[in-house]
Ligand binder design. Structure first.
Ligand code: PEP
Length: 245
């Protein structure tokens, strides 16, 4: 059981159409009656197509909306298919996920992520900054070295650090059903908090209503970034409830 202030961030990835937004009604109702709701920050990051309709749906509720990525430029420009942080803010986003491993895998460098973080915070968005090692890096026992590199380069010359939360997401845990050993996770989160002062650190990777009972016992975690399980309102509600049970 915890009394801590916890983040629950839903990363919908490439999922959902307009009718999917109906599933939020359950979550909104639940948050109205949930006794610990003051201790929670709930953020949904749908695909860009749903940011504005979701923003309208969650008005007057406890939920806030975020995006899953953005372009690094602060101005309009010739960049087909891209959306910048100012445009996201304009349609209701308050947060943006940056540095997600699925985007790092398709070529995003630490330097580009750093430019995006600076642009997004300048626009007034809060940033969910994802870091994490691959399975190969874990096997070579270079997790801390990789995380330090991602943190150092990603946050280089970033001024508005109070608008950033870090999500530690081991790549080998995302979508696999495998989570780190509690002791390892505690140590890694401690390591991140030592390197970046006064920062909230969330855990992400296969969080679900079963393993939350184990994860919630890890004292230095400030919340969870939830992918697959967040697409199902029942599972998402279950994760929140069990965290405080
Ligand atoms: C994610 O993609 O950020 C994530 C945590 O996914 P999942 O929960 O599905 O592993």
């Amino acid at each position: 059981m915890t009394n801590k202030y916890m983040y629950f961030i839903a990363n919908w990835k490439m999922f959902g159409g307009l009718s999917t937004l109906n599933s939020l009604t359950k979550v909104i109702k639940f948050l109205k009656i949930f006794k610990k709701s003051k201790n929670t920050k709930i953020i949904y990051c749908p695909p860009n197509t749903l940011i504005h309709p979701m923003f309208k749906k969650i008005m007057n509720s406890k939920i806030q909306v975020g995006a899953q990525n953005c372009h690094e430029s602060l101005t309009y420009g010739a960049s087909t298919g891209s959306i910048n942080s100012t445009m996201l803010k304009n349609v209701g986003a308050k947060y943006v996920i940056l540095g997600h491993s699925e985007n790092r895998e398709s070529g995003e460098t630490d330097k580009l992520i750093n430019t995006k973080i600076k642009a997004a915070t300048k626009s007034g968005l809060k940033v969910i900054f994802c870091i994490g090692e691959t399975l190969g890096q874990k096997r070579k026992k270079i997790t801390n070295k990789i995380l330090l590199k991602q943190i150092t380069l990603g946050l280089q010359k970033v001024k508005r650090r109070k608008n950033i939360v870090i999500a530690y997401e081991p790549v080998w845990s995302i979508g696999t059903g495998v989570i780190p050993k509690s002791d390892d996770l505690f140590k890694t989160i401690n390591f991140i908090k030592k390197k970046v002062k006064n920062i909230k650190v969330l855990y992400g990777g296969s969080v679900n209503p079963k393993n939350i009972n184990e994860l919630k016992l890890i004292k230095n975690i400030d919340g969870f970034l939830i992918g697959g399980a967040s697409q199902d309102p029942k599972k998402f509600i279950d994760i929140i409830k069990k965290t405080y049970n």
